[in-house]
Design a binder for this molecule. Structure first.
Ligand SMILES: Cc1cc2nc3c(=O)[nH]c(=O)nc-3n(C[C@H](O)[C@H](O)[C@H](O)COP(=O)(O)OP(=O)(O)OC[C@H]3O[C@@H](n4cnc5c(N)ncnc54)[C@H](O)[C@@H]3O)c2cc1C
Length: 410
């Protein structure tokens, strides 16, 4: 592959129309490329996983012209709390407002990932140069020096082949693209799973001194509690707990177990009204490379982490923006070495930023040794109290630090 100019616009296939595939498609269109999105499902799914969009990602989505809708439909959350679930004490409050001198978005917006997908689908609906094809499951790939071909089962359940200049796997944890390209997914899977429960019980109205995003440390059973708008107001409170190793997924999702977990967390008269519940395997894994020839990876296809801190999808949004910029330049004649830089930079952002932070967040939630637990909670308290450390903490939580780490790599 050389840096010789091709006849624009170049064509990219994006596999997967989750939040990362959709952000990438929109960003590639802004760079003037033609895009075909191939999605296995017959329609966008109502995926209740991610909701927290971090300040750095909001800046990127603003540049794509979609933040107004996110702001209007989402929940703005400048602060987040660390609490000790054992004592009930508020250990630390962090406030993204300390970043108001550097960003127009000194807050997280809670906006469910399926809504982000819907927002972008509306945005690209009338664009003749982006084709969104549902019920198309990619099963294999071929590439040579000049092109890459996706092999997929199409809308008519027939095998079809589509040729393009580039192909990006945004097809999630189990990525067929990553496997077909022979790229190793390095890391580990935790023995426990996480269970997420959505309820319309209003914890704030019940007199809890909470904010929209709350992290409860507990050596027995930590809990994260967040509010999202759902189809509200009044909205939905989501709790996330670790499962015990002796519980099966069926046990965890039984009505008895769900009610038991919530009643133990916050006892109340009568059952909780459950809107949804889901159970998730939890991993820390990063692809050894995000590029093989004309095949690239972004989002969960390239990296996964435990969701404490709300970093996974945001890392994927950062990938999408970086990759669109690189592919846009290459399609205008720049050297394709830019795509190797994309791979190295985003790998660095994952390893030193997202993976390290998410693992530290989990340790803070679950520490069992009383001395370690006390030390960690004291440290987070002192960090919140010291203005310089408070700011640095917010820069890391808002994922500016991982962008800076990436920028140190050529
Ligand atoms: C409980 C929980 C809470 C979370 N909360 C947050 C949070 O608050 N903030 C945050 O940043 N992250 C969070 N995450 C992580 C976040 O959900 C993921 O990082 C995000 O969904 C990744 O988006 P993606 O588009 O890369 O992949 P996915 O959302 O997995 O989308 C992949 C898409 O590819 C499609 N696909 C798969 N295989 C094929 C194929 N062969 N052919 C065609 N299409 C295919 C799928 O159908 C799907 O539509 C959370 C995760 C969990 C488990």
């Amino acid at each position: 592959m050389s840096g010789t100019a091709r006849t624009p616009p170049e064509h990219a296939i994006v596999v997967g129309c989750g939040p990362v595939g959709m952000v990438l498609a929109l960003a590639l269109r802004r760079c003037g490329m033609r895009v075909t999105l191939l999605e296995r499902e017959s329609e966008p799914i109502e995926d209740q996983r991610a909701a927290a969009i971090q300040p750095s990602s909001l800046e990127m989505l603003h540049a794509l012209g979609i933040v107004d809708e996110i702001r209007e439909r989402g929940l703005i959350s400048p602060t987040f709390h660390y609490r000790d679930r054992v004592s009930g004490e508020l250990v630390a409050e962090f406030d993204f407002s300390v970043l108001a001198d550097m960003t127009e978005f000194p807050f997280v917006i809670q906006y469910e990932q399926f809504k982000l997908v819907e927002t972008i689908i509306r945005k690209i609906a009338d664009d003749a140069d982006v084709r969104l094809r549902f019920s198309c499951e990619v099963t294999g790939l071929d590439q040579d020096a000049d092109s890459v071909t996706a092999v997929f089962r199409n809308e008519d359940e027939k095998e079809e082949r589509l040729r393009a200049d580039w192909l990006v796997g945004c097809d999630g944890y189990g990525s067929v693209v990553r496997r077909a390209a022979g790229i190793e997914f390095v890391g580990f899977t935790y023995p426990e799973r996480f269970v997420k429960i959505g309820s319309d019980f209003d914890f704030l109205a019940a007199g809890q001194a909470l904010c929209i995003r709350n992290f409860f440390s507990d050596p027995e059973e930590w809990c994260n509690l967040f509010k999202v708008n759902g189809y509200g107001p009044p909205g939905i409170w989501r709790t996330v707990f670790p499962t015990r190793l002796d519980e099966t997924p069926e046990d965890c999702l039984s009505e008895r177990s769900i009610q038991g977990r919530l009643q133990k967390f916050f006892p109340k008269t009568g059952d909780y009204n459950i809107i949804y519940a889901g159970i998730y395997d939890v991993h820390q894994r990063v692809a050894e490379t995000f590029r093989k020839g004309r095949i690239l990876l972004a989002g969960d296809a390239a990296h996964v982490n435990n969701p404490i801190g709300g970093l996974g999808m945001n890392g994927g949004i950062h990938d999408a923006i970086g990759l669109a910029k690189a592919l846009g330049s290459v399609s205008e004649g720049a050297s394709d070495a830019l795509l190797d830089s994309y791979s190295r930079q985003r790998h660095k952002a994952q390893m030193d930023g997202v993976q390290a932070t998410s693992m530290a967040n989990k340790k803070l939630m679950e520490a069992r040794d009383p001395a370690v637990r006390r030390r960690q909670l004291d440290d987070v308290r002192r960090t919140a109290e010291d203005p310089a450390r408070h700011r640095a903490y917010c820069l890391n939580a808002g994922m500016y630090t991982s962008l800076e780490q990436a920028s140190t790599v050529a």
